[in-house]
Design a protein around this ligand. Structure first.
Ligand SMILES: *Cc1c(COP(=O)(O)O)cnc(C)c1O
Length: 422
């Protein structure tokens, strides 16, 4: 609105102030800066209402948004400039060359639950890898079971043998590679080939690759699920998730998102866009530091194995090299069987740099013991206690010194003599 007409409105509608000049109409001021000033970054769009000049324009936008047309919204739950910019970036970054679409969710877990809700119906059956992120298992065993959707957990090493587990009701095969805490690499292309032949949709939790290290749509995946909370955002300062799908699968996802009102705010979306700009250099720095720490851990007498698929000692290293473009800062190590809970606590408690926390993907180093017995059913963990670390961007020598002090404290409680004689 030009300033002249604002003034005219004030003159007409508001009584003069004691000073004699018209009272400013604060609700309508300051909307007139033109888009002439262009900056490197988009502004943050904080919004609920989307405004229109005519009812025809409002109706057109409503119809387009309900139909899931790209870049249309009649209300900010369908998207704003900031959230749609992020959704575009994620679709293009996760599925280059596949014309993907992405929807944003308020956390990685909500991306998992929304995707599973969108593509299953009562009576359907899901095949889920036994190595998935624990809360994904809790969701299918809880709410989805309540809605009459069954899940069978399969050995992450199944590969093409997954075909033996397919039932007439199987609608979704849900993968995660590397597996949470245990880092098994799945033969995703082989599983996708079977699924495609049998008309079953494949979903993968692709958070690990985030987004530099894998091309899940080249593997044949239909639906990729991301915790943007991790490296996409990269600074441990927000929660967000996304579901990325091939274009022909957009409709069920969009219907679920619309009907449930799932959406994210502009500030957090803007922060993910900012994090994304540096994701490649960050992930490569995490990878380099993590490999140094992993090799140091491999040589420690207290350690039975290091579960990092980028190490030649990892049982799935060949598959990892075939399918991945690199590794990141996250891996686990197994202490010798017989290591006591008190010794585990002595190792991880009160480190100078490694903080105890469940997430990962920020700039900081984290450490957490894995409670594996609770999150495996088909392939129980039979090794020693597992410790998961996220190697942050601190100097590697300092991180190694911190862990070394932890091992010293642990060894004060007695030295484990390994059954394997290492
Ligand atoms: C962290 C994580 C999630 C969940 O993301 P949130 O944003 O924390 O809900 C899902 N899958 C994997 C593999 C994760 O590491």
């Amino acid at each position: 609105m030009p300033s002249g007409s604002l003034k005219a409105m004030s003159d007409q509608n508001t009584p003069p102030t004691p000073a004699g000049s018209p009272a400013p109409l604060f609700t309508h001021l300051g909307h007139d800066i033109s888009r002439r000033i262009r900056t490197v970054n988009l502004p943050v769009n904080r919004a609920s209402s989307v405004v229109f000049d005519t009812i025809e324009a409002a109706n057109e936008a409503s119809a387009a948004a309900s139909a899931g047309k790209l870049h249309w919204a009649s209300y900010a739950t369908s998207g704003t400039e900031t959230t749609l910019a992020l959704a575009d970036a994620i679709a293009a970054g996760e599925g280059p060359g596949h014309d993907c679409r992405a929807a944003l969710m308020p956390s990685g877990l909500s991306a998992i639950s929304t995707a599973l809700f969108a593509y299953t119906r009562p009576g359907d059956h899901i095949l889920m890898s036994d190595s998935v992120y624990g809360p994904a298992r809790i969701f299918v065993q809880g709410l989805l079971t309540q809605y009459g959707i069954r899940t069978t957990f399969f050995d992450p090493k199944a590969g093409a043998h997954i075909e033996d587990l397919i039932e007439p009701a199987t609608k979704v095969i849900y993968l995660e590679s590397p597996g949470s805490y245990t880092f098994e690499i799945q033969d995703v292309p082989a599983i996708c080939a079977v699924a495609r032949r049998r008309g079953i949709r494949t979903m993968i939790d692709n958070t690990y690759a985030s987004p530099v290290l894998a091309r899940p749509f080249d593997w044949g995946i239909d639906i990729s699920i991301l915790a943007l909370t991790k490296y996409w955002a990269g600074h441990a300062d927000l929660l967000m998730g996304a579901v990325v799908v091939r274009p022909e699968l957009w409709s069920p996802l969009w219907t679920t998102v619309r009907q449930t009102g799932i959406c994210v705010g502009g500030d957090d979306a803007w922060l993910v866009l900012r994090g994304m700009r540096t994701v490649e250099v960050r992930v490569r720095a995490h990878e380099k530091a993590a490999l140094e720490v992993a090799r140091w851990l491999e040589a420690r007498p207290e350690v039975a194995s290091v579960l990092n698929p980028a190490l030649p000692s990892h049982p799935d290293h060949a598959l990892f090299q075939r399918d991945f473009l690199g590794s990141n800062g996250l891996f686990s190590f197994e202490l010798k069987p017989g290591t006591t809970p008190e010794q585990v606590a002595a190792l991880v408690n009160r480190r100078r740099l490694f903080k105890i926390a469940y997430s990962w993907g920020g700039y900081e180093s984290l450490i957490v013991p894995g409670q594996i017995s609770q999150i495996r059913s088909t392939t129980p963990w039979t090794g020693g206690p597992l410790i998961r670390v996220h190697i942050g961007l601190e100097p590697v020598a300092e991180l190694i010194a911190d862990l070394s002090e932890g091992f010293d404290t642990m060894n004060q409680l007695g030295v484990i003599t390994s059954p394997s004689g290492k």
